[in-house]
Design a protein around this ligand. Sequence first.
Ligand code: TYD
Length: 212
Amino acid sequence: MTPSPRDTGLFITFEGIDGSGKSTQSNRLAAHLRAQGYDVVETREPGGSAGAEEIRALVLQGDPDRWSAETEILLFTAARRDHLERLIAPALAAGKIVICDRFADSTRMYQGLSRGDLRDVVDQLHRLMIGREPDLTVLIDMDPAVGLARALSRQTADERFEAFGEDLQTRMRAGFLKLAEEFPDRFRVVDGAQAPDAVAKDIRQLVEAALP
Ligand code: TYD
């Protein structure tokens, strides 16, 4: 089941390197839109549905070499398919605003760039199994040194990718900015170095411009 391109909701995703403040900002945006009377579904990847949350533990915990790069792409895509089928597509079909912390752009970056150039594999699988891009993607751009310090200070069990270090985060940052140029219609870049209130304000303004 691929959701119809005519679904009536609005699909917003947040992207950025680890520690860029996506989660805080997506919460704030959701609260703001709810206060304005919108029906908002807030979710995240990997995860977001019961099955996808089970896959989340498989991909984010354990030995960094636990999966081959290709298996990892399949797992992230399987999680996304479940999330799309069970949560995102029905919510969009019902006219809701879906705010998702990370989506396919994270796979394009993390799995597409970190262990060799697998971007084409990611894209092919995405076309075959997901086939839906967000209406709007907010990229919170952030200095990797700052992002990494924040991410490491959280110390969760989901640490397979956060152990990657500043080098990879620097490549991810550049990759995300390039992706924003590749998909200019839906990407908007926000300066994550600003105070959180200023970041939230920028995001509110660009989302309001995208609302029907
Ligand atoms: P997340 O919970 O968003 O962590 P953070 O808040 O630190 O950004 O994501 C967990 C990790 O999963 C993050 O390091 C990026 C990684 N990830 C991928 O590698 N591929 C993907 O497709 C997704 C959605 C996430």
